[in-house]
Design a protein around this ligand. Structure first.
Ligand code: NI
Length: 256
């Protein structure tokens, strides 16, 4: 039986403080074989690395999330570089652009922080995990400026036309709980057309629980529902989707 690879779950989040250890230890027996925990600032990146050190099936990514990047100073790249040298760090992320909230840092600052982190990923030859919320055109334009870059557009929410551009450039797209929501028309269209070697499944835990569990704390075991939805769209079994997305995740993040 194939095990799930959850390529995006924030187990460093305080919502897991009460039961993190038993939950993560139980994952392989619950059908979840691999997890990537992306950091969202220096502190949560450090936490993600510390968690990855404790569990053979957990890996970390390090980076500044656009919503959290206000305090970023250029020297922080040195701290991220230092953390990224850890053998359990497999990507730079969660990084990107978020224009959704008015209180988010100014766009010019977000662009600067993103570009510096993309340059670090190229320097270290690591993939990136991109957060793109209501910033599709700018995200695409900025990543295009780094031709050697590879990675995933996490919780993909752009158009199918943009997805085709990304696939041509070798990027992966990630599908999360929202694929199972009633209003998911655009994402469903992307999922129906995506090359099968370019898709990942992700929880974004503790957020974005799939439809039957919406509103509750999410964790990697719930990815079965996302796999099931993809399976329906592609005329395959959930088991096949779990197997091929795990292979895709291993290829992108270089884990066995
Ligand atoms: Ni996330």
């Amino acid at each position: 039986m194939s095990l799930i690879f959850d390529t995006h779950a924030h187990y460093d989040d305080e919502q897991f403080d009460a039961d993190r250890a038993e939950l993560l230890a139980s994952m392989p027996d619950a059908g979840v074989g691999l997890i990537v925990d992306p950091g969202c600032d220096l502190e949560s990146s450090r936490k993600a690395v510390a968690i990855a050190e404790q569990y053979p099936h957990v890996y970390a990514a390090v980076g500044y999330h656009p919503e959290n990047c206000a305090p970023f100073v250029p020297e922080d790249i040195d701290a991220l570089r230092e953390m990224a040298r850890h053998p359990k760090v497999v990507a730079i992320g969660e990084i990107g652009l978020d224009y959704h909230w008015a209180e988010n840092p100014p766009r010019e600052h977000q662009h600067d922080v993103l570009r510096r982190q993309l340059a670090l990923a190229v320097e270290l030859d690591l993939p990136v995990i991109i957060h793109d919320r209501d910033a599709h055109a700018d995200c695409l334009a900025i990543v295009r400026g780094f031709p050697r870059l590879r990675g995933v557009f996490h919780c993909y929410s752009g158009s199918v036309e943009m997805a085709r551009e990304l696939w041509k450039l070798g990027w992966y797209v990630g599908f999360d709980g929202p694929l199972t929501y009633k209003n998911a028309r655009k994402t469903v269209e992307v999922a129906a057309e995506a090359p099968l070697d370019r898709i990942l499944i992700e929880t974004d835990a503790p957020y974005l629980s799939p439809a039957p569990l919406r509103g509750t704390r999410n964790d990697s075991r719930n990815l079965v529902h996302v796999a099931q939805k993809l399976a329906e769209l592609r005329g395959m079994t959930a088991e096949e989707i779990i197997g091929l997305t795990a292979e895709n995740g291993k290829r992108l993040f270089g884990v066995a």
